[in-house]
Write a protein of this length. Structure first.
Length: 279
């Protein structure tokens, strides 16, 4: 039964047609990515799962738009979506009622009414991704689907230093998937860091936007730098060469998390939370 006494969300009704923004968390392990794939039978996506749940609350079809289309196996703590409410429901109804219809691997964590011109993707000014690496002698059963396991000792300081050399607005062709449909390889990497908590390393990248597989391709080429099998300058060298075939293999999807989407301050949307595994 849905919790109808939750103190955190307004029970005041919102008229039909109100644009709603929701922050979604999900464990992407069992999903074929975010985006609906109606041309493929027996494919389960996060978008389909969420739309089905919200449609139950609305008693009618709901179509949502997201901030970033994550790939199969990728997780999120701060995937923002929006939709125009087809029926009068309170924010509490959308959040608590939606969660009552969702599997445990997908949660509506927060939300608010937003102006009609808000768009989860186009209104965003930047996005942040975290990539988790479990750097230990033996693999963890609990982290098997939530972090990339690397046995050999990684030097997070070398990795952090390498990232500082590729900051700014650059041509990121060297870290762009062949399937990327963006019209330009130019992106602005605003901040980049690598830090460690015990056996866990976190690679954190914030950019105005990302090319397809850009984060995972950068992480893939960071790994040999962290293991000292490639020079610290290698990322910058790859960037200058603009040749994807010279870079390392794409890092596995299960270490990647969409952890924040930045919007204009006037919208007052809350920032994304830190990863529970990495406080």
């Amino acid at each position: 039964m849905a919790d109808t006494t939750h103190p955190g969300f307004s029970a005041d009704p919102l008229i039909a047609g109100t644009r709603i923004a929701l922050r979604i968390e999900y464990d992407g392990s069992d999903y074929s990515g975010w985006q609906s794939q109606p041309h493929l039978a027996h494919v389960v996506t996060v978008q389909d799962t969420l739309e089905q749940a919200l449609s139950q609350v609305a008693a009618g079809p709901v179509r949502v738009h997201c901030a970033g289309r994550t790939d199969a196996g990728v997780h999120a703590t701060a995937q923002w979506i929006h939709f125009d409410a087809p029926a009068a429901r309170s924010l509490k109804s959308w959040i608590v009622g939606g969660n009552a219809q969702l599997p445990p691997s997908v949660r509506i964590a927060d939300g608010c009414a937003v102006p009609g011109e808000f768009h989860a993707r186009h209104s965003a000014t930047a996005r942040r991704y975290d990539y988790l690496i479990h750097n230990a002698a033996t693999a963890s059963a609990l982290l098997a689907r939530r972090a990339l396991w690397v046995r050999d000792r990684m030097d997070e300081n070398r990795m952090h230093g390498a990232l500082q050399e590729i900051l700014g607005e650059r041509d990121f062709s060297a870290f762009r998937a062949a399937s990327c449909q963006s019209r330009t390889p130019m992106r602005c990497l605003m901040t980049a860091s690598v830090d460690r908590r015990g056996a866990l390393l976190r690679v954190r990248l914030t950019a105005n936007a990302f090319l397809h597989h850009m984060v995972r391709n950068i992480v893939g080429s960071l790994l040999p730098i962290g293991q000292a099998s490639a020079p610290q300058t290698w990322l910058a060298e790859l960037l200058e060469q603009r040749d994807r075939t010279r870079a390392a293999a794409t890092a596995a999807p299960h270490g990647l998390y969409l952890t924040d989407v930045l919007y204009p301050r006037s919208l007052a949307l809350p920032p994304g939370p830190d990863l529970p595994l990495f406080p």
